[in-house]
Write a protein that binds this ligand. Structure first.
Ligand code: PLP
Length: 421
């Protein structure tokens, strides 16, 4: 056993190599607009919008007022059985009105990982109900990130998130397929047997896997495979939902017709813990008929009233401030700035879609070191798998801030080159 420091915080951080973070944690204690402030008073531009979620920026007074008013009236009431609360009803109507699925029904819960679990359970439950219990296989992309609950862990395409849990038995019958080449996806489907496949799940633009936009025709190819073999298509729009690509959903940008869409993050921009799924009529109708079984889902906080009130206000802000159009403008700025960076000999590749940017560095430069240096210089960016730097600032970012954020990458690389080893 190695010696541990005398004083260790009680909080066990998420996705952290604890020995490396102890003693160098960044305590964020205030947020305002596109900036957050550390407990020791440093101002940092939030170049990732936290974990791709703080889309309307931080510390909005109107959100504080909505929360306070809702709590005074009713903090929450559950939505089990015949009970329901008005805010959950309203949020579901609002989401259905912008959804990429007509006549959708909405299940609400507390975050992205919850959404993945309920989506994949619903896919299997649906085939059981249809008298096709052999359709249990779930196919997901290499490099996929679908959260870290049981289903999300089992369908992860990032091996480091699967390792160590006996994943093949955690949720059996999950298979990975190629992220780039649709012909290889077809081969996987044939190998597994299309009649055995419950669902294909995919992030339209892979986020944590390294900001990987779809290759031309890839998503359309997934749609065609799903249509051809009667396989359910589930889109994980936890990152892309609610405007990150300049449309309410990436499904609309790419012209897709999913059966289920998983959502979280941008639905509330992080002002409350909300997630959920958007369900096509084909799937919800069999559970609404007179002789239907109960679909056994739900948690205490499904449809939490204060969480829903905040999500509603967030969506109203996106509309009032024209933030979808703003993302489209910012996408053009990001594209230009990244193109400028592509010529840098330390950069292997630049990628973007909507207000999502990825800068892949050559192996001689470490994305982790660069982003550490960027934070020292006041810019939050995040290293992702594949030596990639994630840039995904709030929708309220100015053109100038976005230009400076991208420019902070070579500045940090220059500083590292000059730094003593
Ligand atoms: N799906 C995708 C594509 C994500 O990026 C994430 C989180 O980053 C999740 C699911 C899980 O969401 P949460 O962390 O809210 O559980």
């Amino acid at each position: 056993m190695h010696d541990l420091p005398d004083s260790i915080p009680a909080l066990w951080s998420a996705q952290a190599h604890m020995p490396s973070v102890l003693g160098r944690q960044l305590v964020i204690d205030r947020g305002e607009g596109n900036y957050v402030f550390t407990a020791d008073g440093r101002r940092l531009f939030d170049g990732t919008a936290g974990l791709w979620h703080a889309n309307i920026g931080h510390g909005r007074p109107e959100m504080a007022e909505v929360a306070a008013a809702q709590i005074r009236r009713l903090e929450t009431y559950h939505v089990f059985g015949r009970y329901v609360n008005d805010r959950a009803l309203e949020l579901a109507e609002k989401v259905a009105s912008v959804a990429p699925i007509d006549d959708a029904r909405i299940i609400l819960n507390s975050g992205g990982s919850d959404s993945i679990d309920v989506a994949l359970k619903l896919a299997r439950r649906y085939w059981q109900l249809r008298g096709r219990p052999e359709r249990t296989a779930i196919l997901s992309r290499d490099l996929a990130y679908h959260g870290l609950h049981a289903y999300g862990t089992s369908v992860a395409g990032l091996d480091f998130n699967r390792e160590g849990y006996g994943t093949d038995s955690l949720v059996p019958d999950t298979v990975r397929f190629d992220t780039y080449d649709i012909e290889r996806v077809r081969e996987t489907v044939e190998r597994v047997g299309p009649h055995r496949i419950a669902a294909i799940i995919a992030e339209p633009i892979q986020g944590t896997g390294g900001v990987i936009p779809p290759t031309p025709g890839y998503l359309e190819g997934l749609q065609a495979i799903a249509d051809e073999h009667d396989i359910l298509l589930i889109l994980d729009e936890v990152i892309t939902g609610f405007g990150r690509t300049g449309e309410w959903f990436a499904a609309q940008r790419y012209g897709l017709r999913p059966h289920i869409v998983a959502m979280a993050k941008g639905i509330s921009s992080g002002y409350s813990a909300v997630g959920g799924i958007i369900v096509a009529p084909e799937l919800w109708r069999p559970f609404y008929e007179a002789d239907a079984p109960i679909y056994r889902h739900g948690t205490t906080y499904s449809g939490h009233a204060t969480a829903a009130a905040l999500a509603l206000e967030n969506l109203a802000i996106i509309e009032r401030e024209g933030l979808l159009g703003r993302v489209r403008e910012l996408e053009a700025v990001l594209e230009t700035e990244l193109a400028g960076l592509a010529g840098d000999d330390r950069v292997a590749q630049v990628r973007h879609a909507g207000l999502l940017g990825g800068i892949e560095l050559r192996p001689e430069v470490s994305a982790e070191q660069v982003t550490d240096r960027m934070v020292e210089q006041g810019w939050i960016a995040r290293p992702l798998r594949g030596n990639v730097i994630q840039l995904s600032p709030p929708f309220t970012t100015t053109d100038a801030e976005l230009r400076e954020l991208v420019a902070a990458v070579p500045t940090a690389m220059d500083a590292l080159r000059g730094a003593p080893v």
